[in-house]
Design a binder for this molecule. Structure first.
Ligand code: FAD
Length: 278
């Protein structure tokens, strides 16, 4: 490796790409129960033309139909926040799992958990219904040029993990640790990269999810992690994501610069998105 290549490698920072923010009213085309707790909804319609998602962990807003009228009310960018007097629609963050530009369809995977408007909508979703989406308004594109990749998450992170695995080239190496509710919630993960996948299952106590990810990470590390530098990506319950990031840096040699951790939801709170940094 030349000095210039080494300098470029040491500098690996994500490239930020901005997209025009668009809200779209789309049709539910297909609903598939992938596992007992995962529903895949395929959205379609002309409004999807021009949809862009360039980062594996992009997110968009899913805008749910009004609970009383069933109407989809897309936010109006022309009026100042709230100044039109209309109540804000209920929105949650989801990963665009797969956009097919030829068919103009977009797959979104919904984890079914105990209760919440989005999970309730996914449970009853049927072809012909309408849904709103907004964004993504930007993407962080992270190079795949690391000696290996570590991806850790719960079921809400599976769409992003699948996307990252799809973009890793042959010859690269990925270690994946995923927590799902039951063994039946495990899905097949594939990649051109050499892949080592560990599944663990969460416990529940009084309606609270009790994670086993920290112990599982210790066990995976004890069994031996690949050599060289690595990009670590974590997404799950927020406090768990924060603790896993600290554990990776303190105990498993992760570089804080290359360790991205996000809370995709937070025990006891609604609609949380938190990024954990130093
Ligand atoms: C960037 C980003 C990308 C995401 N991508 C996806 C995705 O592709 N697929 C997906 O399913 N989710 C994804 N999520 C997570 C999703 O936005 C949250 O789970 C969301 O809170 C669900 O909304 P809700 O209306 O069902 O529940 P809410 O009304 O938000 O919450 C109701 C209650 O349920 C709890 N809760 C919320 N989510 C979960 C959960 N997963 N497990 C257990 N309890 C929960 C909350 O703590 C709260 O007590 C993503 C989140 C972010 C920030």
């Amino acid at each position: 490796m030349t000095i210039t290549q080494e300098t470029q490698r040491a500098d690996r920072t994500p490239v930020r790409v901005r997209h025009e923010l668009r809200f779209r009213n789309v049709e539910v085309r297909e609903v598939a129960q992938i596992t007992p707790n995962l529903v895949r909804v395929t959205l379609g319609g002309d409004e999807l033309t021009g949809f862009i998602s360039s980062g594996f962990d992009d997110h968009m807003k899913v805008i749910l139909p009004d609970a009383l009228t069933g109407e989809i009310r897309l936010p109006n960018l022309a009026v100042e926040k709230g100044s039109d007097g209309a109540p804000k629609p209920t929105m949650r963050d989801y990963t665009p799992h797969h956009f097919d530009a030829t068919a103009n369809t977009l797959q979104v995977d919904f984890v079914l958990h105990e209760a919440g408007p989005s999970t309730a909508w996914a449970r009853q979703a049927k072809p012909g219904q309408r849904l709103g989406i907004g964004g993504p308004r930007g993407s962080f594109v992270m190079t795949t040029d690391f000696d290996w990749h570590l991806l850790i998450g719960d079921a809400t992170a599976l769409p992003a993990i699948s996307r990252r695995l799809a973009e890793l080239p042959a010859g690269s190496n990925a270690v994946v640790l995923v927590e799902a509710e039951t063994q039946e919630d495990e899905i097949e993960l594939t990649s051109a990269a050499q892949l080592s996948v560990t599944w663990v299952h969460s416990n529940s106590s009084n309606g609270q999810v009790v994670t086993t990810l920290a112990e599982a990470l210790k066990a995976v590390a004890k069994a031996g992690l690949p050599a060289g530098d690595f990009y670590a990506w974590i997404a799950c319950e927020s406090l768990t994501a924060k603790a896993l990031r600290a554990q990776l840096i303190a105990e498993h040699g992760a570089n804080p610069k290359w360790t991205k951790a996000a809370g995709y939801w937070k025990q006891g709170s609604i609609a949380v998105h938190e990024n954990h940094e130093d």
